[in-house]
Write a protein that binds this ligand. Structure first.
Ligand SMILES: [Zn+2]
Length: 66
C-alpha cells in the first residue's frame, strides 16, 4: 500500500458516502469538504495490485479542509 490522496472536483458540496447509488446524488453523508478551489482531497493508501483504496476521512467533516 502506498500513501497518497484521492482528489475530486467538488464545486457544489463535498464528497458524500452513500449506502446505495441515487439518481442525482441526493442524500448521502458528507464526509469531506472541498477546499476554496473546489477540490476534495482525502488521504489514504492505494494498492496497485488489487486496485483497492483505503481512505481516512476527517473526524469532523464540517471543519475547514487542511
Ligand atoms: Zn492489494
Amino acid at each position: 500500500m502506498s500513501p497518497g490522496f484521492l482528489g475530486s472536483e467538488s464545486l457544489v458540496s463535498g464528497s458524500k458516502w452513500f449506502l446505495e447509488r441515487t439518481r442525482l446524488a441526493f442524500g448521502g453523508e458528507e464526509i469531506a469538504k472541498p477546499n476554496n478551489f473546489g477540490m476534495v482531497y482525502i488521504p489514504g493508501f492505494r494498492c496497485r495490485d488489487c486496485r483497492t483504496l483505503l481512505l481516512q476521512y476527517p473526524a469532523d467533516p464540517k471543519a475547514p479542509p487542511a
